[in-house]
Design a protein. Sequence first.
Length: 454
Amino acid sequence: MQEKLSIHGAWTSRWIFILAATGSAVGLGNIWKFPYITGENGGGAFVLVYLVCILLVGIPIMVSEVLIGRRGRQSPINSMKDVAVESGHTSRWSLVGWVGALAGVMIFSFYSVVAGWVLYYVAGMGNGDFIDIGSEMAGKRFESLLGDPETLLIWHSAFVVMVMAVVAGGVNKGLERATRIMMPALFVLLFILLGYSMTTGAFGQGFDFLFHFDPSQLSWNAVLVALGHSFFTLSLGMGSIMAYGSYMPKKASIGGTVLMIALLDTLVALVAGLAIFPIVFANQLDPGAGPGLMFITLPVAFGQMPGGHIFGFLFFVLIAVAAWTSAISLMEPAVAWMVEKFGIKRVPACSILGLIVWTLGIACLGSFNFMADFKIAGMNFFDLMDFATANIMLPLGGLFIALFAGWKVKQTILKNELSLQNELWFYAWYVAIRYIAPVAVAAIFALNLYNKLA
Ligand code: PFF
Ligand code: NA
């Protein structure tokens, strides 16, 4: 029997799927967000909770997304619809795909602004602008970047063009080709930097900070942040992984592949932490510096170290590559849907969507200058996009995907797609997706909203 394939194309191997999905997962979330939220939440205890969330919630939901995508073989909106109908349910389940595609556009708008900062730092490091820069100057430099909408616009625009150019190339000539080039580069850069941080003399201190478990530092808020981050970091709850799953070969095992992706994403976050914190400690800087950790603290550290500007340059190139491969996956669900719905080519679909995300991005970058006064519930537009997606739309999307896979999709479909030799694995996943993941997400989601609004 001829295997049903997506009209958009298919990955040429199981390994390409693993690398592409890892490219989606590994991004600003690992290298920018994870170290600073770990710093803000006290280190080791936070890391442990985060790992538990990945294992009990993230991995089972990722299995569901890949499964639904591969069964539906279309954009998440249409895959959700078809798999629902195939299981005898209403086509309105496509709404989950809709919310996801919208979340992708919203995440992109602020992701692109931060990626734009990264590009600016790539150029600055390349120029030697940060050699011997002190804390005060580094802070000023970051502040004046944020206060300058024109510079922000240039780099934001550059990033939108970079991403859309790849997505416009399609699954094989765009996504897959980018994966083949960028993922090996990413791993090489990461290990060069890890090696460098091992020579700083504060490696043990950095290691301790990440892995020393002190339960007294555990707060409810840390649990909330950890859960939200486990969705964000694995690209879950919005259809990116579902879209990538729709291009996956039928014979590849879903369980094994997903474990590999989650493992790689987690390793990159931990290695990024191990590369960053020793540098921070070696230079007597503050690990809890917040979002500026990467843009203020690190340039100071690099500026003081022998050869630091070269490694600083490589570091920001690494982050730019990671952000690039993630942003591609943010756009894929919406682009695939437009191609299916309107029968248009990728280039016009990407142009239209590019224009939309570019415009939304202007409101995000304006939050630091000309739109600083625009606030809803105390949040500027940038924070609003971050909060609405990471804390509401992704957990909600993940919750509904778990409920759908666990309670609505026919068991024959699940077993057929997972084709696990060992029944025990199937039931472990089934319990996690029916009970553990929905209950955990619902409880923490409710607490999260309550904490924010109360
Ligand atoms: N996983 C990416 C990161 O950790 O930076 C962010 C992301 C990409 C979130 C794609 C959601 C998504 F669909
Ligand atoms: Na990630």
